[in-house]
Design a protein around this ligand. Structure first.
Ligand code: M6R
Length: 589
């Protein structure tokens, strides 16, 4: 996710302040960085692809500057290269931007007709040009920002400098986060509190459509009617680490709450304009999916969806096995490697082995520029942003989203039905992440064994639910195909053994209920997670999941499983973000 910083004041070097702010925002994930700063009443821009260290090499920190804006870019429109990185400048406006201007193509046409030329593929350069275009007519910065806020569709947080007023820094936002921070004879803007915490803990939350006009002594906030308004000055009372958690008790919970945005970002990156940014995947006869842990579980969902809808055979294997065995592939096989970190040793080794055999590889990776991403023939980046909790949640969700998109691509299905469902998912997720599962957690957190059962795609979800629970709560938990229990495992069921049963497939719900009744009859405490409206006395708790298209159903159904694991671990007072014996990136075999 992009990060924004800005500084105006005479006490400090503006360039150093914005760079250190960007460093504090690195957790958001990015692929390029840049700054714009004043020097002797002239504005300079420096930007670089890759990490902030690359940018710093090109900056002269001895330059005296009172005003600067900085940006870390997580590519959405156009490649992650220097030209597309921010700040973008057109005419008198230089801006940094977080968000997506949905109607930028429409505006670009209008601007080209008006004589504007564009260097980048970004929506941000269009936004800067549009500001300049409106300003050229009214010569009033506040009116310009107010007018563009009514024209731009989508989401945005802008840091803005206008050449005609280098005594002020401007900001404008809708949906994307932005704070204005208050110092002594100096002020700041930032995407998030960690960026300013080194200097001040006082800040103002800018609301949608509000405009900030900031100089070193004063912060003026204007509403949509351009009236000056008073805003509450908040004080952040935590540490740097707690500031990164944005008020959440744990990173895991914060990351679950980011899932609606992650879904939207992933969809926006690949679904539009005939599956833009996807490689040609239509030429393969069969697919192998190779990964570890949760990424392997998303592969199981991918297999289910691709086989059912695209009718292409898919073989899924954990990477630590795949790398050492004989695999049946040929030139018509595509091997898909899935990894959040892009550095998992077994997945990387599998990729190298497959490449040696001359087979095409595609990686689905979250960390930009990681080894797996760099070494595979094709890469699709999940748009989850930086994930800090060891237990993956939002990255898992974005991987499942990518498999839904790949299935749509392979079946050329962009029907109205599915697009409508996609549009509904963010708000469904928003509701889901706010549901309280403490009561259920309370019922099960003292158990020694917990079982997950389901059939078909729900079994793949059971595997992930079970892994999530055991890795952070240290309770033994096993996932079983619902029909398989009676072949041995059912002997472990005794009075009050928790069984979490998932059923989102109506064609199988009756069968799953029969299996639930088998465990219920032996005393199990059943938590029934379902999108069907069947009721009865075969469960103790029921969690209703909104019904959506099967391609998307798992994206919604995973949320209660993640939250139950979280609440159970919390009751057991476990180290939720850093469970014992585990690492975020498993770079050893
Ligand atoms: O970075 P990767 O996605 O390649 O990591 C794979 C697994 O180590 C990872 O999914 C692990 O299972 C998580 N701790 C699960 O929450």
């Amino acid at each position: 996710m992009c990060g924004i910083t800005g500084y105006i004041g005479k006490n400090k070097n503006a360039i150093s302040v914005v760079i250190s702010g960007l460093e504090a925002l690195e957790y958001r994930g990015y692929d390029s960085a840049g700054v714009a700063y004043t020097e002797n009443n002239k504005l300079n821009i420096i930007k670089e692809q890759g990490k902030i260290v690359n940018l710093k090499k090109n900056i002269d920190f001895d330059i005296e500057s009172n005003l600067a804006i900085g940006h870390t870019r997580w590519a959405t429109h156009g490649e992650p290269n220097k030209i597309n990185s921010h700040p973008h400048s057109q005419g008198k406006f230089t801006i940094v931007h977080n968000g997506i201007i949905e109607n930028y193509l429409e505006l670009k046409k209008e601007l080209i007709n008006a004589g504007y030329e564009f260097k980048s593929s970004t929506d941000t350069e269009v936004a800067a040009s549009y500001m300049d275009f409106i300003y050229s007519k009214n010569n009033d910065i506040l009116k310009t920002l107010n007018e563009v806020s009514k024209v731009f569709r989508g989401s945005y947080a802008f840091g803005i400098i206008c050449n005609d007023d280098l005594n002020n820094l401007y900001a404008l936002r809708k949906t994307s986060p932005l704070i204005i921070a208050k110092g002594e004879n100096e002020n700041y803007i930032a995407s998030d509190v960690p960026a300013i915490l080194k200097y001040t803990n006082k800040y103002i939350l800018l609301d949608d459509f509000e405009i900030a006009k900031i100089n070193s002594n004063e912060i003026k906030i204007y509403n949509q009617d351009l009236e000056l308004i008073q805003k509450e000055i908040l004080e952040f009372e935590g540490t740097f680490e707690s500031s990164m958690k944005c008020g959440y008790e744990h990173f895991m919970l914060k990351e679950i709450h980011e899932e609606p945005t992650v879904f939207e970002n992933t969809i926006n990156a690949y679904l539009d304009d005939d599956f833009k940014n996807l490689p040609d995947l239509s030429k393969y006869d069969n697919i192998h999916i190779v990964a570890c842990g949760s990424a392997y579980h998303t592969g199981l969902i991918g297999k289910y969806l691709i086989e059912k809808y695209a009718k292409i055979p898919v073989y899924v294997e954990v990477a630590s096995e795949y790398r050492y065995k004989h695999n049946f592939y040929d030139k018509k096989t595509l091997v898909i490697l899935v990894s959040q970190s892009g550095e998992t040793a077994d997945t990387l080794a599998s990729l190298r082995k497959v490449k040696e055999d001359g087979i095409d590889t595609l990686s689905i990776v979250n960390v930009v520029g990681s080894s797996i991403a760099r070494e595979s023939k094709y890469v699709i980046y999940t748009k989850a942003g930086c994930e800090i909790a060891v237990a993956t949640t939002k990255a898992y969700l974005s991987q499942v989203t990518i498999f839904a998109i790949i299935t749509m691509y392979l079946t050329n299905n962009k029907s109205k039905e599915i697009l409508d469902e996609i549009n509904n998912i963010p708000s469904i997720l928003e509701n889901s992440v706010n549901i309280d599962y403490k009561e259920i957690a309370n019922e099960i957190y003292k158990s020694k064994n917990i079982f997950f059962i389901g059939r078909g795609i729900d079994y793949a979800l059971c595997m992930e639910g079970s892994l999530k629970l055991k890795e952070i709560s240290y309770i033994n938990s096993v996932a079983y195909q619902a029909g398989e229990l009676k072949h041995g495992t059912i002997s472990l069921i005794e009075k009050d053994t928790p069984v979490i049963a998932i059923s989102t497939d109506d064609t199988l719900v009756e069968k799953t209920i029969s299996n639930i009744k088998e465990v219920k009859a032996r005393g199990a405490k059943v938590i029934f997670i379902t999108s069907s409206d069947i009721d009865g006395d075969f469960y103790d708790y029921k969690i209703n999941i909104k019904r959506t298209h099967e391609l998307l159903q798992s994206i919604i159904t995973i949320v209660p499983l993640q939250l139950i694991a979280y609440e159970v671990a919390k009751l057991n007072e476990c180290d939720i973000d850093k469970p014992r014996n585990l690492a975020k990136s498993v770079t050893v075999e």
